[in-house]
Design a binder for this molecule. Sequence first.
Ligand code: UTP
Length: 289
Amino acid sequence: MRVTKAIIPAAGLGTRVLPATKAMPKEMLPIVDKPAIQYIVEEAVAAGIRDILIITGRNKQIIEDHFDRAPELETALSRPGKEKALEECLGIAGMANIFFVRQKQTLGLGHAVLMAKPFTGDEPFVVMYGDDVILGEDPVAGQLIRAYEAYGRAAVGIKEVPKADLQKYCSMKAAPIRDNHYFIDDMIEKPAPGQEFSNFSILGRCLLTPEIYTILERTAPGAGGEIQLTDAMAELARAKGVTGVDFTGKRYDMGNKLGVMQAQVETALRHPEIGPAFREYLRELSKTL
Ligand code: UTP
């Protein structure tokens, strides 16, 4: 079955980026001149996805506004010299079919994914974590879709992380298939020292098949008292196996302050408008460090 849908869970409280996230969702934090979530929608569109469900919560209305038309702004930009900005604003509103649903309580990523059941029905779908921006030539969503087409089962984007960091993430029991593909038949969320399977962790993207919902519906709260998507994916992995894709692309974690600054600096250096001037500024600044 062709994959045409993606969901972006964006209902988390973002407590690690407070106070910026007190009234503004972390998914709207800008990376130079675009909010993080726009990069994620662009990745989905580049992978051929047209229908996107964003899972939001209270205080998240500006995400909806960002992907809507903005008539007053468009009128103001309909003047000579503003063509590029106008085109950009119209482009955002027309990028994809974007749907919204609210997760009424932040009970965890697994619970957020459950909100997508009426949207995805019996189709496979890509989950794009709303605070993980991954930049590269080949959209990770597309890399997962190709793995699904090759093996006909769920797929997760994985990367090796330093062993000391594994307890913040999850750990995969992974055996090589070929190239950057692995067969995963178990995983553990936030492993205590000694519980790790490998240094491979899921980072930011997965492609799930609809049987995940049946599992999620009976998944009890796990680490942190939240309904963990990893716990449900672990059950799927043990039952059927999932494919791990050691993806290409640079991931920025917009859920913590250092990640936000790394995304800003590296994107600014590549930015066509400010890149050269910013590079010069950084060079000068670095002499004083
Ligand atoms: P995180 O665990 O990083 O988000 O979830 P958080 O809860 O906002 O983080 P902190 O610890 O308070 O800083 C990863 C993704 O899942 C979404 C988040 O919005 C983020 O994009 N999420 C998380 C939900 O949609 N619902 C939830 O209940 C939890």
